[in-house]
Design a protein around this ligand. Structure first.
Ligand code: PEP
Length: 254
């Protein structure tokens, strides 16, 4: 079964609402050329989501959030619920980004709770996993990824998994300019798919879109996405300008 390439931009804590409007307008125009040959999304900050949804309405560019709380509502100062995201027309949500794990105490258990909340509100999770440099150098990559997958995706059904995208983001490659070689990334993506097959069956694993993330840009997007098990990218730095994001998507098209 052919998997559709999926490129999502993670804008992190960048772009005010006014800047979001300008970038979303530029992307609406520059990405129209790709039609529905590739799935495309942008993930701005919470305060810019409504603006992005408004500008991109009716276009081929979807909108995602960068986090979601697991509770429906309540005393969780500073958090945002699935109902709030759904209400403004958000379609995707990034869960478990390494920056959340590193700076905000995200664990596989909280990732799991957030995924369940996203599914409850019919939001599509983009679940991030990845190893640190120390873990890779200590030959622990597969062990770390298997633990993140088994913990993060615990108690989910095959039908739930069909709604989830996995983003493999080696922590040492994020924002550093260091990219995993296409061969190294492919080997890890194949391991992730094999682990998903063990957990959810071969058909679900075969259909799951697995993005690569970590210093992906126009120059390396073609070689990475040409790999059998690399189905797109989660993009940080190169997603912040319309020309670099558009060029990256053009090169990532299979
Ligand atoms: C990310 O943070 O998801 C990411 C991949 O960042 P960058 O592309 O800047 O490495």
């Amino acid at each position: 079964m052919a998997r559709k390439t999926f490129i999502a931009g993670n804008w992190k804590m960048n772009k005010t609402a006014a800047e979001t409007k300008a970038l979303a307008e530029a992307l609406k125009e520059s990405l129209a050329q790709f039609g529905d040959t590739v799935t495309m999304a942008v993930c701005p900050t919470f305060t810019s989501l409504a603006t992005a949804v408004e500008v991109l309405k009716g276009s081929n560019v979807k909108v995602g959030a960068q986090n979601i709380h697991w509770a429906d509502n309540g005393a969780f100062t500073g958090e945002i619920s699935g109902a709030m995201l759904k209400e403004i027309g958000v379609e995707y949500v990034i869960i478990g980004h390494s920056e959340r794990r590193q700076y905000f105490g995200e664990t596989d258990e909280t990732v799991n709770k957030r995924i369940k909340a996203a599914l409850k509100y019919e939001l599509k999770p983009i679940v991030c996993i990845g190893e640190t440099l120390e873990e890779r150098e200590g030959n622990k990559t597969n062990c770390v990824l298997a633990k993140q997958l088994k913990g993060g995706l615990a108690d989910l059904s095959a039908a739930d998994m069909a709604k989830i995208t996995i983003a493999y983001e080696p922590v040492w490659a994020i924002g550093t300019g260091k990219t995993a070689t296409p061969e190294m990334a492919q080997e890890t993506h194949a391991f992730i798919r094999a682990t998903l097959a063990e957990m959810f069956g071969a058909d679900v694993a075969e259909a799951t879109v697995i993005q690569y993330g970590g210093s992906m840009k126009a120059e390396n997007a073609g070689a990475l996405t040409a790999q059998k098990d690399i189905d797109g990218g989660l993009i940080g730095g190169a997603a912040l300008k319309a020309d670099s994001f558009t060029a990256l998507i053009a090169n990532a098209q299979k």
